[in-house]
Design a binder for this molecule. Sequence first.
Ligand SMILES: [Zn+2]
Length: 255
Amino acid sequence: MLIDAHCHLDFAAFDTDREIVIKRAQAAGVCHFIVPATTRECWQGVLALGQRIDVSVCLGLHPYFMDSHEPDDVAALGEVLAAHPGVVGIGECGVDARFPETLEAQWALFDAQLKLAKQRRLPVVVHCVQANDQVAKRLRQLALPAGGLIHGFAGSPEQAQAFLDLGFMLGLGGALTYPRAKRLHRAVAALPDNGFVLETDSPDMPLKGCQGERNEPSQVARVCQAVASLRGEASATIAAQSTANVRALFQPAAL
Ligand SMILES: [Zn+2]
């Protein structure tokens, strides 16, 4: 049994064939999906998806969409979370240093969501690009009670360890299917069994051989195989470890 621990099934990219995409994932052994939200506008759509027995959802404000966010969005997030106790985490939130023009605002928004996560004792789903050390530092200062997930992790073994020391797990996805990702391969090989989950970030982060194509949750089976070969384990073992880790992190009611 596989879980896609991070996929954007609510995105418009899936509007025409969402059920087919889910069926294809099921045929590949994927039986649960964690769907994080990216903007206030999409919270209702994500919550609606969360009505499915095989979908668990997180709500947050993504740093990639700074133009979409309003000053009262974090307060609204607190209210929506209070009204929906089934939401399993806060996210997707974080920092993306590829966009320096909004970096200061990104940090303020991230910080506000981290504080909300601390208050509500929920795990956070963190998008962290070219900011691993700064994000680890901030997480260390805040000491979140329920930890979280560094999704789409692509850092070094040392950066991985820094997040693990904070009680965070690492989301492993398509990036590790590329032969040039040597540093990431070393990090993956060295992770403890309880330190990672498998994910796709669909429709983004295409795997090797699928560049330029829409990614989808069925591909988590290939991510699982790649992790298994890096760690010298059977795919079934990696799938079972990831599933146990998703349960421990998000405690989804339906799993
Ligand atoms: Zn994402």
